[in-house]
Design a protein around this ligand. Structure first.
Ligand code: PMP
Length: 401
């Protein structure tokens, strides 16, 4: 007998559940393109050399202790994280208008930001793109906000539904929160152009819509940290307020270390001080204070210019490998004369390709080819290698013919 006997079996997570199924498959040809985690050409997880070097330095530092961090996390890490996304010359940073707190990776940053807004902001509705990362609606709903969607992706063009996006944001209530993917939109790989970002910015500012940026892929989309932050910096440059969730999972390969930051750009320095005090009240009863190790790695790398440069080279190599996988997959489908237009594979950017394959085709590929992806047809390009591209191309070809 158990007091929990009446509990129903919960469903697997739609993304992480793909890995669970993959792990159970004994096939030697199986490929996991589900979760967005970088793999080398050999299909192995990668720890960046610069990260290993930072860890060695930390281990050999005799004065290092394991004391609690403050509620807001490692101060150096917070400053350097804001500088990384907003730019070293950002007026908001220079004017001390940014409140930054270390959080548990991107997810934790979104959650803390969501709870802060639910407590202190006058409009509880957050507009999220359709589609978006599957965790977004759950994170914000449990934080106490109401999630609504705005049109984002057009399946017909496999590109941005820019008209739909503008219409939906135009009809959002004044003050509503809008979740924006800073770059490398997940799952579609479709980003607005800079001109489109500028139009989005003007519309949002004119309606006092509050931007909440999610940056999980800075440097991963183009290979350049600055280029991938351009959308965010446009919104900071106009002097307006916004929230910013940053993750170091992908761009520094620190997935399991759970390192991220939430920054709130405020109208003035004294508002930023008050905002920070309220963020502490959100965090303290949630997990007290954040973990030390990952943030120490990041701070070590970001504050040393040689290590920073080494990081950008390794980051660019990851981004370039992903871009090359796009080209190889596109070419492989061309050679097979697979019916349809597959140019979106090379047009989309970041970690994922939104293939356009439907859930039956996805199921077929899993059954017959042992290829694992999310049921919406999203594949992680970072999980592919030159060795597995032909197998994937065969599977796609068979699925659509
Ligand atoms: N936002 C988006 C759009 C993501 O794709 C991810 C990672 N899949 C995250 C946030 C958060 O990831 P993490 O919590 O591991 O940093």
């Amino acid at each position: 007998p158990s007091v929990f006997a009446g509990i129903a079996q919960g469903p697997e997570d739609p993304i992480l559940g793909v890995t669970v199924a993959y792990n159970k498959d004994p096939s030697p040809v199986k490929v996991n393109l589900g979760v967005g985690a970088y793999r080398t050409e050999e299909g192995k997880p990668l720890v960046l050399n610069v990260v290993k070097r930072a860890e060695q330095m930390l281990i050999h530092n005799e004065s290092r202790v394991k004391e609690y961090l403050p509620i807001t996390g490692l101060a150096d890490f917070n400053k350097l994280s804001a500088k990384l996304i907003f730019g070293a010359d950002s007026p908001a940073i220079q004017e001390n208008r940014v409140a930054t707190v270390q959080c548990l990776s991107g997810t934790g940053s979104l959650r803390v930001g969501g709870e802060f807004l639910a407590r202190h902001y006058h409009e509880r509705t957050i507009y999220i793109p359709q589609p978006t990362w599957g965790n977004h609606p759950k994170v914000f709903t449990l934080a106490g906000l109401t999630a609504r969607s705005y049109r984002y992706y057009d399946p017909a063009t496999r590109g941005l539904d820019f008209q739909g996006l503008l219409e939906d944001l135009s009809s959002a209530p004044s003050g509503a929160i809008v979740l924006l993917h800073a770059c490398a939109h997940n799952p579609t790989g479709v980003d607005p152009t800079l001109e489109q970002w500028e139009q989005i910015r003007q519309l949002m500012r004119s309606k006092a819509l509050l931007p909440f940026f999610d940056s999980a892929y800075q440097g991963f989309a183009s290979g350049s940290l600055d280029k991938d932050a351009q959308s965010v910096r446009m919104f900071v440059a106009d002097g307006g307020e916004l929230l910013m969730a940053q993750s170091y999972a992908k761009n520094m390969g620190l997935y399991g270390e759970r390192v991220g930051a939430l920054s709130i750009v405020c109208g003035s320095a004294d508002i930023a001080v008050k905002v920070e005090s309220q963020l502490k009240l959100v965090i303290r009863p949630m997990y007290s204070n954040p973990p030390l190790h990952g943030a120490s790695i990041v701070a070590t790398i970001l504050k040393d210019s040689a290590m920073f440069d080494e990081w950008t080279v390794e980051l660019k190599a990851m981004a370039d490998r992903i871009i090359s996988m796009r080209e190889q997959l596109f070419d492989a489908l061309k050679i097979r004369e697979t019916p349809g237009d597959w140019s979106h594979i090379i047009k989309q950017i970041g970690m994922f390709t939104f293939t356009g394959l439907n859930s039956e085709q996805v199921a077929f590929m899993r059954q017959e080819y042992h290829i694992y992806m999310t049921s919406d047809g999203r594949i992680s390009m970072a999980g592919l290698s030159s060795r597995t591209v032909p197998h994937l191309a065969d599977a796609i070809h068979a699925a659509v013919t």
